[in-house]
Design a protein around this ligand. Structure first.
Ligand code: BDR
Ligand code: CA
Length: 317
């Protein structure tokens, strides 16, 4: 059994990721913590509560975290992708369940759960890294209680928010720098280069919608999100970024990784928020060294059909 905390900004693909964790018997979902990102903190929190209610998991505590980046305010730019309410304008169709966030904030709840844990806990950040940076900064003594971080974010070969930067890292580059470069907690980074490989197309969505009420409701949240990716790729499809990271947390090793020296660009130039990856051959790096000090495990490939079938089987209920 893997004890899991998901730090999230729902978001359509976040909704799939939460549902996947709820549908997985290997997972003990300790908590869901929320962060600004795809929408305001208030909206992402409401969406998280609603998705958990949809999954019949109102017992999972939800704690609110950061409402803005650590240092520099940054404009939210996800409405075009995830719709006006983060869920393609369909959030109101989900049950509200009447649940509310707990009194503790995200960092407080994560710290409390880590302190109490008898086995190390996996944390899956699938939004801006602000809450996790604050956790590690405020509670350095709890690092050892973290089994690993499985982080959805970053782009190796080209961004989705700017030419170089991926949305989660771009949303709070200083937090991403703290977590991915300055810390030494075991981490697997799942970048968009990998999640794009796992694209799902209309027939996959139709199979999920036909499989049962959960699948039907989840697919019902995808209209704006699918429209965005359809315009982007020229075919009816979508990318379930965050669900791929949660799949790796459920089945460690589902994604194959390579270790690279990395840096996160925090300068105010065209590469702000970009993940800089030293992709030279290991022998070259061994000979000449890398100017990038942190070695990070990055997911580079997977059996995409296996991933798609895994998601489908779990979300079908
Ligand atoms: C990431 O950005 C968000 O829009 C998605 O929810 C995902 O976490 C992909 O770049
Ligand atoms: Ca997300």
């Amino acid at each position: 059994m893997t004890s899991l905390i998901i730090d999230t900004d729902p978001g359509v693909d976040d909704a799939f990721a939460l549902a996947l964790a709820c549908a997985s018997p290997e997972i003990d979902l300790l908590a869901v913590t929320t962060v600004f990102g795809n929408a305001s903190l208030e909206t992402t929190t409401r969406n998280a509560l609603r998705v958990l209610a949809l999954c019949g998991r109102t017992d999972v505590p939800v704690a609110m975290g950061a409402e803005r980046p650590l240092v520099y305010p940054q404009v939210h730019e996800a409405e075009l992708v995830h719709g006006s309410d983060g869920l393609s304008g369909r959030a109101h169709l989900l049950p509200s369940g009447g649940a509310a966030p707990v009194e503790a904030d995200a960092v407080e709840l994560m710290a409390r759960l880590l302190r109490a844990a008898t086995e190390p806990v996996t944390i899956v950040p699938i939004g801006p890294l602000t809450n996790v940076a604050l956790l590690l900064a405020a509670h350095p003594g709890l690092r050892g209680k973290i089994e690993r971080l499985v982080v959805m974010g970053g782009a190796v070969s080209g961004g989705n928010t700017t030419a170089r930067a991926e949305f989660n890292l771009w949303s709070d580059p200083e937090a991403a720098h703290r977590v991915l470069v300055e810390e030494r907690v075991p981490t697997v980074l799942v970048p968009i280069d990998l999640t794009f490989q796992c694209m799902v197309e209309r027939p996959w969505l139709d199979r999920l919608a036909a499989a049962g009420p959960l699948g039907e409701t989840l697919v019902g949240l995808t209209a704006d999100y699918v429209a965005h990716y359809t315009a982007f790729f020229g075919k009816e499809c979508t990318i379930l970024h965050d669900a791929i990271a949660v799949a790796e947390a459920i089945r460690p090793g589902l994604l194959r990784t390579r270790t690279y020296p990395v840096e996160v660009d925090c300068a105010f130039g065209p590469s702000r928020g970009a993940l800089v990856v030293d992709r030279r051959e290991p022998e070259i790096i061994a000979t000449f060294g890398s100017k990038l000090a942190r070695s990070l495990e990055i997911a580079v490939e997977t059996d995409v059909d296996e991933v798609r079938e895994f998601l489908l089987a779990r979300l079908a209920g």
